[in-house]
Design a protein around this ligand. Sequence first.
Ligand SMILES: Cc1ncc(COP(=O)(O)O)c(C=O)c1O
Length: 405
Amino acid sequence: MSLSLIGRNVGESVTLKMNETFAILKAKGEPVIHLGGGEPKSRAPLDAITSIASHLNSGEVRYAPADGTVDMKKAVIRFTRDTYNRTVEPSNVLVSSGAKQAIMVALQAILDPQDEVIFPAPYWVSYPDMVKLCGAIPVPVVPEDGTFTPTMKDITQNVSAYTKAIIINSPNNPSGVVYPPDFIREIVEFAEQKGLYLIMDDIYNKLVFDGVPLANPFDYVKDFSDNSKLIIINGVSKAYAMTGFRIGWAIGNKHLIKAMSNIQGHQTSGTSILLQKAAIGAINGVQNVVNSLKTTLENNKRVLVRQLKAFDGVHLIEPQGAFYTFADFSAYEKDSRKLSNFLLEKVRVLTVPGAEFGFEGHLRISFCGGIKDINQGIERIKWAIDPNSPNELYIGERKLVRDWN
Ligand SMILES: Cc1ncc(COP(=O)(O)O)c(C=O)c1O
């Protein structure tokens, strides 16, 4: 078959594939545990549901403006003021079908073929393919000191004449690490000085634990005028547990936002008016839903971290936000895809291989599910990989017998 260069080179989203695998196994009645998930399990906020339902009842579900409805932009402006202490204009806001689309159209609006985009590893699985979709070149940067926190030296060493943009995601998926305020200050100043686009993927910024300080990029930017190259990404998927509603947004200078809106207008048109209504309900509604999700996640994190720390040979940098741990299992198996497949095949536990995030030897294990899944999932993983485990393990009625060493 004749496919384009992009058609040939862009890979499937591993995390979406994982959800599919889980659904298939579950439908077959398999006792599968999903520790690879990327979405909170709580219900969408009531304010979101009532808001979408009342619009649906009107029966008037029509095209929305390409860049977002007036009310949705107002909600985003409010969110931005409350979160970043910065008042932006409607012309600075683009509403998209998820943070994913907001990032994608931002890249399409700024990248030419052969441009380079730097991002620290471990990185969100989609960044390399999104950059490739623009014909540009992803430049992942592994921190030299063996941690998940990049330094400015790591970044500057990789800047070339082709560098067009830097993507920063903190709290980070998959590591859960929150980058220190000093690093955010330095990278904002550096990007501004060098004229590089800086995309701050802040999708997890409401989910930070234990009072860890989270930097506000707007505190450091000198110039957020029509020439600014700072782009802030956010959305309702994670903090409001509304992944399926597909609402995200970008904040940027008005010329860039106009270009992004033009691109989006030809790709998908405006995001569904119904889903924008739901997001407006969530943003303008009772905000303790976010805090209660955070409390649940904090509790889940404690349980999972305790379990992983008690795991001989597994090394863990404790997450400070989001809902992922990214543990080093290389003492057991260096090939993370092999290990993840093995765990799925032998004990029906889904984890995401570190290789997908540009970091071998690790597994991403989520704590956005229930405590029971975390406990049982880790028990099964331990049983599967510890050579000193007993020969048998019961999963409900099913007896598993080790046929490996
Ligand atoms: C770092 C990061 N950015 C963006 C997204 C996309 O979010 P959305 O569901 O709003 O498209 C995700 C979702 O997993 C993510 O982990």
